[in-house]
Design a protein around this ligand. Sequence first.
Ligand code: NAD
Length: 474
Amino acid sequence: MELKTKLYINGQWCDGEGTLDVIDPSDESVIAQITTAGDKDADAALDAAHKAFATWSKTSPRYRAEILRKAFEIMIAEADYIATLVSKENGKVFSDAKGEVIYAAEFFRWFSEEASRTPGDFRHSPSGDKRILVTHQPIGVSLLITPWNFPAAMATRKLAPALAAGCTMILKPASETPLTAIHIVDILHRAGVPAGVVNYILPIKTGATMSKLMHDPRVRNLSFTGSTEVGRVLIKEAADLVLRTSMELGGNAPFLVLDDADIDEAVKAAMLAKMRNGGAACTAANRILVARSVAAEFTQKFSAAMGALKVAPGLTEGAQLGASVSMKERNKIAELVDMAKGAGAEINIGGEKPEGVGAFYPATVMTVKKDNPILSHEVFGPVAPIVIFDTDEEAIAIANDTEYGLISYVFSGDLSRAIRTAEALEAGMVAINRGVISDPAAPFGGVKQSGLGREGGFTGIHEFLETKYIGVEI
Ligand code: NAD
């Protein structure tokens, strides 16, 4: 399959103003040189999206649904190729990449189904003086900005609902992992998305170019997934033109193992919750909180499972833990571990930065006190700090002691106790006795500084729709 590397504007693959090397973090080799965009390319993308909105927003939901369904089918047929691309540019192992691609494709299928189900409302006003008609219309041109950790799924989680709603868009993926996003844009092209509806750019100067776009009144919506730090900057920028925003930001998930939990099941789930994607997930279990009476058994079994992982480049047969996305990200992980050690963390396994080529870091388990500073950082790697607690109330207090509120995990043999705990946790999502709950059919998103809005589920399409009330004299 031909590797696409150019910008995609108004239905054409275009040259831009410069180039950027995409690096394989497992051996630091150059995979491809891609085209980058200057301001005039960004303007051309906005012109195209603005023009296409007039016709795309008027297409029938069924027409849009069928294009999305076609995109789903192409993506599934090409899943191995795309997973290889994800693994090469992101560093994650092939099995994680393949899982991501299937999950990503499911957003096309889910929103192909949702496109024709947008609810409306028709009511008598309470006083009987009029009729209340409520309908939903596509917002307009949307900017979609995505991170490097799930280069396929974070793109489709925005592209699919935006297309289903009838919006047009400009996609800007992370500069570390653009090849997957470009391929997905090509799938949409082949599935029949008309020119101008989806545009892809990778600016030379990200901040300046995206800021310029956000200050053009033709842009109506910003859908961002990335760090809380960048999210805060963008919320401030969005304030100037009161741009609608949805923000899927950082997380620092607690994983609670209560004293009546099935420890073998909890270990299996903790491996998934912590290690899917090599630990580089906003949903990653970053603070493992374990009841004192089961702490020794859990720590021993969890450390054994972590220590048994095969660390190798993502496409190596049997690899279970690949490279981080870049040397810079790998070094950040190493610095956080060193900081934790300096504050008294006891290392159970791992904890040393390897020498040599590639952005690798070993699976690391440490036992820390509840005031260890590593607990207030989002560790985007294979590092699991364990904290021992004495009561459920103490566990809940530690879990909630963070600016983040994306997801929490609870393990207990008593469902009522688990639900009571879930209700007390400050998080947009809670997993009970499971290590993964992400599902295109469920609303994904956080509270506190983990974000605004929800993606997926029945609400996901509303991130791209405006509610309109029409009052009718009778
Ligand atoms: P990041 O915030 O550094 O970058 C995200 C995107 O924003 C990239 O495309 C980047 O180029 C772009 N960007 C950076 N500065 C910008 C600016 N000034 N203007 C416009 N765009 C700008 O995040 P990252 O390192 O790529 O990804 C990791 C972060 O993403 C983690 O914090 C993780 O928790 C978060 N994340 C959240 C979710 C979620 O659904 N809540 C999902 C995946 C990742």
